[in-house]
Design a protein around this ligand. Structure first.
Ligand code: 26M
Length: 821
C-alpha cells in the first residue's frame, strides 16, 4: 500500500518487469540470458531508482519555492550500508520487485547480495550521520548531507594467521547505480598561496587570498528517500578532480610526468578514507580533505541553493550548518573569509552571522581524540584561514580577560592556540567559540563535556551547552534487518511504530502473554539460523544455532574493553581445566566478536591476534565442545550488523565508565530484543533507566568512582595478585596455552594490563564475571528471559533517530517540515 504514494509510475509487476528488462537491454546493453549477477544488480537498482526520481525532483522544487530554513549536515563520513533494500522499503516496491524477478526466474535476495556497501565511514560517527539523514527525509525536513565521495572506503579486514591484514575497498570499481555525477556543477577549491592587503575601489582596506593551487570538487548526488512520505532528500558527496589549468601549464612547458604527478596529487584528495577514529594523525592530506569538502559545500549552498543576490547577513535564517565533530570545523573561518574578503561585509557583522549559522556536535571524551592542527601546516595550506583564526582568538581572549580579570591561566587554557608540545590550533575550541550550540551525544557525555572537557567554555557560556542523545533508524535496524520481529510487532500493535517508535510501549502487556513470548523466541531462533547460514557461507565458520549469542561488535579500542570480554572467556576455560567448573554446567554460548583496528594502532592489533589465538584453542578444546565457542568473523560492517544484531541474546556494552560518548550499537541490540550487560557509560545509562534494573545486567565502577580510583593511584598489579580467578586467566595466556607454548607471544598486551591498564580492565574484572554468572542463571529461565527481552524492545522506542532529530529541531535548528504534496 506504500506504493500508492509514489504516483510517478504505476508500480505493477508488469511495469516493473518491463522497466527492468529495458534497463538491462538498453542501459546495460546485455540480454537477460547473458546477464552476469552484476548486470542484474545494476539493472535492478536503476529500476528501483527510477521510481524515486520524480519525488526527488519535486522535493527539490518544493523546498526552493518555499524558501524555508534548511539543515546542512557537514560530515566527513556517511556509513550508509546497502542501498537496495532501503530503497525497496521506502518505495514500497519490495513485493512487486520480488514477484517481477521471480516471473523471470530470478531471486531478489540473490541479486541483492551482489551489492557492495559504501563503507564511507569508520564506525559510530559515520553510521550516526547515515541514520540522521534517513530521519530528516522521513520527517520531511529540508536537509542536505554534505561529505566526501571517497574512491576507497574503509579497508576490508582479513586475518592472516589470526592477525589483521588490510585490503583496499574499491567500492566503485563496478560503478554505483545510485549516484548522479554533475561535473557541470563543479566548484573550485584553492590551497596554499599567500595573502595580501589592498585598497578596494571604495578606498577600503581589504585582504585577499591568492591561491597557490586549485582543484575541482565534482558533486555526486544520492537520493535519500523518506519512509512513508514523498520527500526524497539529497546526499551530496564531493570528488576531487584536477583542473585543466592545473596541469596544462606544466604540460605545455613540456614536463609531461610532472603534469601527471600534479593531477595525481589533486585527485588523491578524495582517494581514501582515513581509518583512524580516535587518534588523529595530523596528516596534511586529511586537512586537505576537510577543507576540500567544506569549501565546496559552503560555495554550493551559497551559490546554488540560496536565491541569486541573497543577502548573506541573513544566511542563518535560511540554513543551519551542523558540524559532525571537529572534522568540518574549518568551515567557520571559511564562512568568515567569504563574508569579509569576498562580500566585503564588516568583521563584526560577519562574526555575528557566522556564529548564528554553525552548531557543533562533540563525539568524544578522550583527550587524545581531540583534533589539533599545527600552526605551521595550517598556515602553509590555508594562510588566510590561519589569519582569521588568529583574529577570532584575539577577540575571544579579550572577552575572556574581561570576564575574568587577572585570570591569565584561564586565558591560556582557553586559547584556540595550544603552545605545547608545538603551536597548534585546537579545533574543538574553535568549534565551541564559533557555534551557537554545542551538544554531546548522551546525557552523561553532555554532562562530562560541561564539567570536564569544555568546562571553561560552559562556565563562560552555560546556555550554549545542550544534549541530544543519539538514536538509530528503526527502518534499517528493525523493519529491514529483522522482518520476523517487525511482523510480530505489527501484528500486535499495528505498523505505526515504524515512524513513531515510542508506540513500541504498547508491546509491554504482550510480555505477559505466553504465546507471544513463544512466537518471540521463534523469531529469535530463526534469526540465529539465518546468521549461522550466512557465517558458514561468508567465513566458513560452523556455529550451532541453539546457543546463547553473546555479541560484542564495535571498533577495537582499549577503552571499549574487548579484553574484558576475552578475560571472561579465558576464565571459563581456566575454571574447566582446573576442574572447578563442569563444562556440562555451562549454558551453550557463542561469543561473537566483530572489530576493525586502525592499521597503526599496535595494541588494538595485538588484541585481535590474542582473540583469534584464544578462539583457535577454545573452539578445539574437547572439554568445551558444544558449550563455549568464539566466533570472530572478519570485516564487521553494516551488512553483517544487519544479520547479526537480530540474532543476539546478550549485548556487550562494557566500556570504562566515562569513556564511550554514547554508543549506538547498544540501542540497536536492545531494540532487537537482546539484554545488555553493561557499565553506566554513554547511552547505556539511559537504556538502563528505561528498561529497568531487572532487565539489564549492570556492573562496574561508575564514572566518579573511576575518577577516585585513578586519583588514588591505580595499581592493576594489585588486582592481579589479589584475585585467584583473574590471576588464573592471565597466567594461562602468559603460559603460552594459546600460542603453542610461546610465553612471549602476548607480552605486549599483558605487560600493559599488569603495569598500566589505562582503562581499568582489571579493576572491573570481578564485577564483570559476577554479572556474567547472573546472565547464566537468568538465561536458564527462558520464559523470564524472553519477558525481559520483549520489555527491552517495548521500552527503547526513545532511541529512534527520529527522536534525536526532533530534539535537534527543538533545541538547535528550529527548521520546519516541508512535506511534498
Ligand atoms: C579524525 C581525524 C583524522 C582521521 C579520522 C578522524 C576520526 C574519524 C572518525 C575521528 C573520529 C571518528 O569517529 C569517532 C566516533 O565514531 N565516535 C563515536 O561517535 C558515536 C556517535 O556519536 C558515539 O556513539 C560513540 O560513543 C563515539 O565513540
Amino acid at each position: 500500500e506504500n506504493t500508492q504514494r509514489f504516483s510517478s509510475s504505476p508500480a505493477t509487476v508488469e511495469s516493473f518487469t518491463s522497466e527492468f528488462v529495458r534497463q538491462l537491454r538498453y542501459e546495460q546493453g546485455v540480454d537477460l540470458g547473458f546477464a552476469s549477477s552484476d548486470d542484474l544488480y545494476q539493472a535492478l537498482a536503476r529500476t528501483v531508482r527510477r521510481y524515486m526520481i520524480d519525488n526527488w525532483l519535486d522535493t527539490l522544487s518544493t523546498q526552493t519555492a518555499k524558501g524555508a530554513k534548511a539543515v546542512a549536515y557537514l560530515s566527513a563520513e556517511y556509513l550508509m550500508g546497502p542501498q537496495l533494500p532501503n530503497a525497496l522499503l521506502a518505495t514500497g516496491l519490495a513485493e512487486v520487485a520480488r514477484d517481477s524477478l521471480a516471473a523471470l526466474g530470478l531471486d531478489l535476495d540473490e541479486i541483492g547480495a551482489t551489492e557492495v556497501e559504501p563503507g564511507l565511514g569508520n564506525g559510530g560517527l559515520g553510521r550516526l550521520a547515515a541514520c540522521f539523514i534517513d530521519s530528516l527525509a522521513t520527517m520531511d525536513i529540508p536537509a542536505v548531507g554534505y561529505g566526501i565521495r571517497y574512491e576507497y572506503g574503509i579497508f576490508r579486514q582479513t586475518f592472516v594467521d589470526g592477525r589483521q591484514a588490510e585490503q583496499p575497498d574499491p567500492w566503485l570499481s563496478k560503478g554505483s547505480p545510485w549516484e548522479f555525477a554533475h561535473p557541470d556543477m563543479a566548484v573550485e577549491v584553492g590551497f596554499h598561496g599567500h595573502t595580501e592587503r589592498y585598497t578596494d575601489a571604495a578606498g577600503v582596506e581589504r585582504t585577499r587570498w591568492v591561491r597557490g593551487d586549485c582543484v575541482l570538487a565534482v558533486p555526486y548526488n544520492y537520493m535519500v528517500p523518506g519512509y512513508g512520505t514523498k520527500n526524497v532528500n539529497t546526499l551530496r558527496l564531493w570528488s576531487a578532480k584536477a583542473t585543466n589549468a592545473f596541469d596544462l601549464q606544466i604540460f605545455n612547458a613540456g614536463d609531461y610526468e610532472a603534469a601527471v604527478r600534479a593531477q595525481t596529487v589533486a585527485e588523491n584528495i578524495s582517494k581514501v578514507i582515513y581509518p583512524e577514529d580516535s587518534t588523529p594523525q595530523g596528516k596534511e592530506l586529511r586537512l586537505k580533505q576537510q577543507y576540500f569538502f567544506v569549501a565546496a559545500s559552503l560555495a554550493d549552498f551559497i551559490n546554488q541553493t540560496l536565491p541569486q543576490g541573497f543577502d548573506l547577513t541573513k544566511i542563518h535564517e535560511r540554513v543551519t550548518f551542523q558540524l559532525n565533530d571537529t572534522h568540518p570545523v574549518i568551515a567557520i573561518p571559511e564562512l568568515m573569509r567569504i563574508l569579509v574578503d569576498e562580500r566585503g561585509i564588516d568583521w563584526a557583522t560577519a562574526w555575528d552571522v557566522t556564529r548564528k549559522t554553525f552548531n557543533y556536535t562533540c563525539h568524544t571524551l578522550l583527550p587524545e581524540a581531540l583534533e589539533v592542527w599545527s600552526v605551521e601546516l595550517l598556515g602553509r595550506l590555508l594562510p588566510r584561514h590561519l589569519e582569521i583564526i588568529f583574529q577570532i582568538n584575539e577577540e575571544f581572549l579579550a572577552e575572556v580577560r574581561k570576564a575574568y580579570p587577572g585570570d591569565e591561566l584561564r586565558a591560556r587554557r582557553m586559547s584556540i592556540i595550544q603552545e605545547q608540545p608545538e603551536r597548534a590550533v585546537r579545533m574543538a575550541f574553535l568549534a565551541s567559540i564559533g557555534s551557537s550550540k554545542i551538544n554531546g551525544v548522551a546525557e552523561l557525555h553532555s554532562q562530562l563535556l560541561r564539567d570536564k572537557v569544555l568546562n571553561d567554555f560552559s562556565e563562560l557560556w552555560p546556555s550554549k551547552f545542550t544534549n541530544v542523545t543519539n538514536g538509530v533508524t528503526p527502518r534499517r535496524f528493525l523493519a529491514l534487518s529483522n522482518p520476523g520481529l517487525a511482523n510480530l510487532i505489527t501484528e500486535a500493535i499495528g505498523e505505526g511504530w515504524v515512524k513513531d517508535l515510542e508506540r513500541l510501549r504498547e508491546l509491554e502487556p504482550f510480555a505477559e502473554d505466553a504465546s507471544f513470548r513463544s512466537e518471540f523466541r521463534a523469531v529469535k531462533a530463526a534469526n540465529k539460523e539465518r546468521f549461522v547460514e550466512l557465517i558458514a557461507q561468508r567465513d566458513g565458520i560452523e556455529l550451532p544455532a541453539d546457543a546463547m549469542y553473546d555479541v560484542m561488535v564495535k571498533r577495537l579500542h582499549e577503552y571499549k574493553r574487548q579484553m574484558l570480554k576475552l578475560l571472561h572467556v579465558v576464565t571459563l576455560y581456566d575454571r574447566v581445566l582446573r576442574g572447578e567448573l563442569r563444562a556440562s554446567d555451562i549454558t551453550p554460548r557463542v561469543v561473537t566478536f566483530g572489530a576493525k583496528a586502525a592499521p597503526g594502532y599496535k595494541m588494538a592489533k595485538e588484541i585481535i591476534a590474542l582473540i583469534n589465538a584464544v578462539a583457535k584453542v577454545v573452539n578445539h578444546a574437547p572439554e568445551l565442545q558444544g558449550r563455549l565457542q568464539i566466533a570472530f568473523p572478519a570485516n564487521y560492517n553494516v551488512t553483517l550488523a544487519e544479520k547479526l544484531i537480530p540474532a543476539a541474546d546478550l549485548s556487550e556494552q562494557i566500556s570504562l565508565a566515562g569513556k564511550e560518548a554514547s554508543g549506538t550499537g547498544n540501542m540497536k541490540f536492545a531494540l532487537n530484543g537482546a539484554l545488555t550487560i553493561g557499565t553506566l557509560d554513554g547511552a547505556n545509562v539511559e537504556i538502563y533507566d528505561l528498561v529497568g534494573d531487572e532487565h539489564f545486567f549492570l556492573f562496574g565502577l561508575t564514572e566518579p568512582q573511576v575518577a577516585d580510583v585513578v586519583d588514588a593511584g591505580y595499581k592493576p598489579g594489585a588486582y592481579y595478585e589479589g584475585n585467584r580467578s583473574l590471576k588464573g586467566a592471565i597466567d594461562l595466556i602468559a603460559s603460552g596455552a594459546f600460542s603453542n607454548g610461546d610465553r612471549n607471544a602476548f607480552e605486549f598486551v599483558l605487560s600493559d594490563l599488569l603495569g598500566k591498564d589505562r582503562f581499568l580492565v582489571l579493576a572491573d574484572y570481578q564485577a564483570y564475571v559476577d554479572a556474567q554468572d547472573k546472565v547464566e542463571v537468568a538465561y536458564a529461565d527462558q520464559e523470564a528471559w524472553s519477558r525481559s527481552a520483549i520489555l527491552n524492545v517495548a521500552r527503547t522506542g526513545f532511541f529512534s533517530s527520529d527522536r534525536s532529530i526532533q530534539d535537534y529541531l527543538d533545541r538547535i535548528w528550529h527548521a520546519k517540515p516541508q512535506p511534498v504534496r
